[in-house]
Design a protein around this ligand. Structure first.
Ligand SMILES: *Cc1c(COP(=O)(O)O)cnc(C)c1O
Length: 357
């Protein structure tokens, strides 16, 4: 069997076959702590409230925003792609005043401009790795100068693919997803909140399901007895536990280096094929390479979408199209988790070389 377009760590897939336990089974309750501890390690945090939200990455985004923002709050949000826009949408729905600091798509957010955008916001929020453009925005400057504001970062694509050190960076809240660089199926959203952020959780957030006041007891983050809140997605938690185990067994620095090596090989390789990179130099994500569609190299009457279909049907490789203002203009080549192997990079580069004129 070939690698296939979606290829989680084998351990993570095998964990779905584990005999199901009831969500109140004492054996399961005991197993709940270990994934949280593993998440602290990959996030680089000691935060007690660290656990996977039931839902995909957007559920973690919503949990962070709905619990920490409400009417009367001002949030400064950096936007350089789809996911920064999604944060703005959510914060506005919570009734917060949104001060949006835009950067051109393909460029990092200017965090100095975020700091100048408002004298005393409740929160700064930014996407660490913008998957819609392939750009990394460094957050240390925000962490060092945030004052009384909280700092929220989206780590959906960075966790497990870039060095991550939340406590050193001064991050108060962060969320991720299982299906990007953690190499697990979609379905959970690792979330972590500092003690400072926890003190600012709204007494009655505008969501019942994501209310962290109740969930803190459900996940036992204070070491006390766990209280039922909603049924844990048991098999997903088994799978996340196993996927994190694969990452920790290999070693976080080794996993990060493997992503870096693949990103370098893809970016050098596509340039050698004559393609132009889209993301700003110095801020390119190894796990997501964005390239301008080479209009003059598409074979025959093929569209860029035809090329992506061909990659999938003939080579078993799935690459993404552009989003928003660059739809139809860029390709997004993800190389994440267990898929981040040089043999997959070679396969992609060979396939592109065969297909393009
Ligand atoms: C994928 C992604 C999300 C959304 O995650 P879902 O799992 O699709 O809900 C949010 N932010 C970033 C940066 C992402 O890459």
């Amino acid at each position: 069997m070939g690698p296939g377009p979606c290829n989680p760590y084998p351990e993570a897939t095998a964990a779905f076959a584990r005999p199901m336990l009831g969500h109140l089974d004492p054996e399961f309750i005991e197993l709940l702590d270990e994934p949280n501890e593993r998440l602290r390690t990959v996030f680089g945090t000691a935060n007690a409230l660290t656990f996977p939200v039931s839902g995909t990455g957007s559920a973690g985004m919503e949990a962070a925003i709905v619990n920490l923002l409400g009417p009367g709050d001002t949030v400064v949000i950096g936007v350089n792609g789809v996911f920064g826009m999604r944060m703005c949408d959510l914060a506005a729905r919570c009734g917060a005043d949104v001060v949006r600091v835009d950067a051109e798509w393909g460029q990092p957010v200017d965090t100095a401009r975020m700091l100048e955008a408002h004298p005393n916001p409740s929160m700064y929020a930014v996407v660490h790795a913008e998957t819609s453009t392939g750009v990394r925005t460094d957050v240390e400057e925000l962490g060092a100068n945030k004052g009384d504001a909280l700092l929220l970062i989206d780590c959906v694509t960075s966790l497990g693919g870039l060095p991550m050190d939340l406590d050193t960076w001064g991050v108060d809240a962060a969320y991720s997803g299982t299906q990007k660089c953690l190499g697990v199926a979609p379905g959970l959203s690792p979330l972590t909140l500092s003690d400072t952020a926890r003190e600012r959780i709204k007494p009655v957030p505008q969501s019942w399901y994501l209310d962290l006041n109740m969930i803190a007891a459900y996940v036992g983050s204070d070491g006390g007895a766990r209280a039922y809140h909603h049924t844990a997605p048991i098999s997903m938690i088994f799978s996340l536990h196993a996927g994190l185990g694969a990452v920790l067994d290999e070693g976080i620095p080794e996993v990060i280096a493997r992503h870096a090596a693949c990103g370098e090989a893809i970016q050098a390789g596509v340039q050698k094929l004559g393609l132009k990179l889209f993301a700003a130099e110095g801020h390119r994500l190894p796990q997501l390479t964005s390239v301008w569609v080479p209009e003059d190299r598409l074979p025959g009457s093929a569209t860029e979408a035809d090329v992506r279909s061909l990659l999938l049907s003939r080579y078993g490789i799935e690459i993404g199209g552009g989003l928003g203002p660059v739809a139809g203009k860029v390709w997004r080549i993800g190389c994440m988790g267990n898929t981040a192997r040089l043999r997959n990079v070679e396969l992609l580069l060979g396939a592109l070389d065969e297909i393009l004129d």
